[in-house]
Unconditional design. Structure first.
Lengths: 391, 227
C-alpha cells in the first residue's frame, strides 16, 4: 500500500548524501538566511532560519510561537459552547471544519446524536469550508511561484462559497454554527439552489485552474521532483491529509474512519492519491480534492432529509466524566481533539491535535539539501495555516 | 468463543462487528511484546484502546506498536491530573476566597482511563492505517523525576511534540536531539499547562460562564425544557 516509488527512494538517498556532506570536516563559509516572521510564503508569522552553503540549504529550522494563543489552557476555563467559538480561530480559512471534531467528541461523551438533517448540513458545510480553504491554497501557491493570475481567480471564485457559508451561518470566516446535538439554525430559503450554482462555479474554477496553473510549464518546473517526501517518512512525522496522500498513502478519515455524525458514506466520491510525493503531487491532490468536495456537496444537497436540526439536549451542558479522541479529515489534514471531562461545565483538559503542526515539523527534514527558491515551493505546497501550528 | 483463542485475528483486517475483539487482540499482542510493561488498559468497544505502560517501557511500547503496523504518529502530550484551584468550576477554591466565602476542600486526584498513580501522565497516540485503529498510550511520571526517554528514534514526528511537552509541562526527554523551547521565549518562567499555573486573564476577570449559561434568546428556551 505504501510502496516507495522511484523518485522517492532517490530523494531519500539524496538526503543521506546531504547528511554526509554536512558532516565534512572542512566548512565553506556558510550563510544564515532569516525568512520571516513576515513573509508572503508563510501564511502568517512563521519564521524560518536557514543555514545556506551557496544556494543549498544545509539546515532549516522553523521558529514557531509568534501566534501562540494558548487555546489548550483557555479551554480549561471555558464552557463547551464558549470553546466552540474559540476553536473557530485555529484554522481560520476552514473554520467550520474546526468545530466539528470538537462537537463530535463532546457528543460522544454525552451519548447525544444529531438528527439526520443536522448531520447532512454539517457535512455540507464541512466540505464547503474545505473548498474555501483549498481554493485559496491553489491561488496562493500560484502567487508564490510567480503566477499572479491564479491568485486573482481564486479570490474571485472563493467568494461564491464564502457567500454560501455566510448566508447559512451568518459568518464568512467564523461561523460558530455547530452545536452539541445539532446546529444553531436551519438553512435559509433558496439556499440549496444557490449552493448548486456556487458548486458549479467552483467546478469550473477547478477546470480553469488545472489549465492555467497545474498545466503550466514553469509551474511544473518549479514543483516536479522538488521536496519529495517518502511515504514511510511522512507517516512517522504524522503528516496527514493531502500531504500524505501525495506520497501515495491511500488514507482518508472521511472514508476510512468517519466518526458518527458525518454522512460521507451517503455520497459517491473518490479519494485521490499521487505516487510522487513532490510539491506537484501535493498541489494536484488538493485540486482533485476540491473537485470531489464540490461533488459531495452537490450530491448531499439533493438528499437532505427533512426534520429538526437540533436534538434534545439540556440547556446547561455538562459533559459526563470520560475521555474521547475524535479526529476528522480537515482541509489541512487530520484534526482531532482529545477531550478529558470530569463531569463539569468545562473540560478538564483538551489536547488539540492540529494538522499543520505535524505537517510543518517535517520542514527540517525535507528542506535539507534543497535550493533556496525550492524552499518557497516546499513551504507553499506543504500548506499550513499559522493558527493551526501555534494554536 | 473465548477471546484467547482468536489468535488468527491478531492483525485485524476491516473492522468486523466484533471490533472489540480486534482491540482485545491488539492489547494481547502488545502485552506479549512488552510483558510487564503494560500496567493498565481500557477498551471502549468499537471506539478506542488505552494502554498505560511503565516508564522503563515507554520507548519499547512505541517500538512494539510500530512493529505491529501502527506507523502513523498522531500526537504526544501530557495530562496534569492535579485538581486545579483555578477555574475548574463556577465556585473554584480561588473564586470563593476572592468573594470571601470559606475555602473549599481540594478534591482528590482521579486519573482517567487506564488508571494512574502520579500527577503527570504522558499521553501519546499512534494509528494503524491498515487496521483502522489507534492506540492511546499513557505513562506515569513521578513528581520528583519528570523524565522519559525520547520517541524521536521511533517516530520522528515526536520531536516537536516533545519540545512542546517540555516547555508546557516541564518534562525532559532523554536522548532528544534538540531540546529547546518551541513556542515560549527562552527566558520564560513556569510551565503554562500545569494546573497550578494561573491564567492571568481569568484572574483579572473572574468566571464569565455564570452569565453565559443564561438561555440564549429564541431557540434555547424551547429545547432546554425537554431534558
Amino acid at each position: 500500500m505504501t510502496a516507495i516509488s522511484d523518485p522517492q527512494s532517490v530523494a531519500a538517498l539524496a538526503a543521506e548524501a546531504v547528511d554526509n556532506r554536512v558532516n565534512l570536516d572542512f566548512e565553506t563559509e556558510g550563510m544564515t538566511l532569516n525568512m520571516g516572521p513576515q513573509h508572503p510564503a508563510t501564511h502568517g508569522t512563521l519564521r524560518i532560519i536557514a543555514r545556506l552553503d551557496g544556494e543549498q540549504v544545509i539546515s532549516a529550522e522553523p521558529m514557531c510561537g509568534y501566534m501562540h494563543r494558548g487555546y489548550e489552557k483557555l479551554t480549561e476555563v471555558r464552557t463547551y459552547p464558549q470553546i466552540n467559538a474559540l476553536i473557530n480561530r485555529i484554522d481560520w480559512l476552514g473554520s467550520f471544519a474546526n468545530e466539528v471534531p470538537f462537537i463530535l467528541a463532546a457528543e460522544k461523551l454525552m451519548g447525544v446524536e444529531a438528527p439526520p438533517r443536522a448531520q447532512w448540513i454539517r457535512t455540507i458545510l464541512f466540505e464547503m469550508s474545505r473548498i474555501a480553504n483549498i481554493s485559496l491554497f491553489l491561488g496562493d501557491f500560484g502567487l508564490q511561484l510567480g503566477g499572479m493570475t491564479a491568485g486573482f481567480y481564486a479570490f474571485r471564485d472563493r467568494e461564491w462559497v464564502l457567500n454560501q457559508i455566510e448566508s447559512a451561518t451568518g459568518g464568512r470566516f467564523h461561523p460558530n454554527f455547530d452545536r452539541i446535538g445539532g446546529l444553531k439554525d436551519d438553512l435559509p430559503k433558496g439556499w440549496i439552489e444557490s449552493s448548486h450554482t456556487a458548486m458549479d462555479k467552483l467546478l469550473a474554477f477547478c477546470d480553469e485552474l488545472e489549465d492555467l496553473l497545474v498545466g503550466n510549464e514553469i509551474f511544473q518546473a518549479r514543483t516536479r521532483g522538488i521536496g519529495v517526501i517518502p511515504a514511510e517518512i511522512a507517516l512517522s512525522y504524522g503528516l496527514s491529509g493531502a500531504n500524505l496522500r501525495a506520497s501515495g498513502v491511500d488514507w482518508d478519515l472521511r472514508r476510512d474512519n468517519c466518526p458518527p455524525g458525518l454522512v460521507y458514506d451517503k455520497a459517491d466520491w473518490k479519494v485521490w492519491t499521487h505516487p510522487d510525493g513532490d510539491c506537484f503531487a501535493r498541489t494536484w491532490v488538493r485540486l482533485q480534492e476540491t473537485r470531489e468536495a464540490a461533488k459531495i456537496v452537490k450530491q448531499l444537497l439533493d438528499t437532505i432529509p427533512s426534520g429538526p436540526v437540533m436534538a434534545k439536549v439540556p440547556r446547561i451542558i455538562k459533559v459526563p466524566e470520560g475521555e474521547a479522541y475524535v479526529a476528522t479529515e480537515n482541509p489541512l489534514g487530520e484534526m482531532g481533539y482529545y477531550v478529558v471531562s470530569k463531569g463539569d461545565l468545562v473540560p478538564f483538559r483538551v489536547k488539540i491535535r492540529s494538522a499543520s503542526f505535524n505537517n510543518i515539523s517535517i520542514v527540517p527534514w525535507v528542506a535539507r539539501g534543497a535550493y533556496v527558491p525550492d524552499l518557497i515551493s516546499i513551504l507553499g505546497s506543504l500548506y499550513f495555516i499559522l493558527g493551526d501550528i501555534d494554536r | 468463543m473465548s477471546q484467547l483463542s482468536s489468535a488468527d485475528t491478531e492483525t485485524p483486517e476491516e473492522a468486523a462487528p466484533e471490533i472489540d475483539e480486534a482491540r482485545e487482540a491488539v492489547l494481547a499482542e502488545l502485552t506479549e511484546r512488552i510483558g510487564d510493561g503494560v500496567v493498565g488498559s481500557h477498551i471502549r468497544p468499537g471506539d478506542d484502546l488505552w494502554v498505560r505502560v511503565d516508564r522503563a517501557n515507554w520507548v519499547a511500547a512505541a517500538e512494539a506498536a510500530k512493529a505491529m503496523g501502527y506507523r502513523f504518529f498522531d500526537f504526544l502530550s501530557a495530562i496534569d491530573w492535579l485538581p486545579s484551584p483555578f477555574g475548574r468550576d463556577m465556585d473554584s477554591q480561588e473564586d470563593r476566597v476572592v468573594s470571601g466565602a470559606p475555602a473549599k476542600e481540594p478534591e482528590a486526584m482521579v486519573q482517567g482511563y487506564a488508571g494512574g498513580e502520579t500527577r503527570f501522565q504522558l499521553l501519546a497516540r499512534v494509528y494503524s492505517i491498515s487496521a483502522g485503529m489507534g492506540i492511546t498510550f499513557k505513562c506515569d511520571l513521578p513528581d520528583d523525576d519528570l523524565t522519559a526517554a525520547t520517541w524521536t528514534n521511533v517516530y520522528a514526528g515526536a520531536n516537536w511534540h516533545e519540545r512542546e511537552a517540555r516547555e508546557m509541562f516541564g518534562f525532559s526527554f532523554d536522548g532528544h536531539p534538540n531540546m529547546i523551547n518551541l513556542y515560549l521565549p527562552a527566558d520564560f518562567v513556569g510551565h503554562p499547562l500545569r494546573k497550578d499555573f494561573p491564567l492571568l486573564a481569568r484572574r483579572v476577570r473572574p468566571w464569565p460562564g455564570i452569565v453565559d449559561v443564561e438561555p440564549m434568546p429564541g431557540v434555547a428556551d424551547e429545547e432546554g425544557e425537554g431534558e
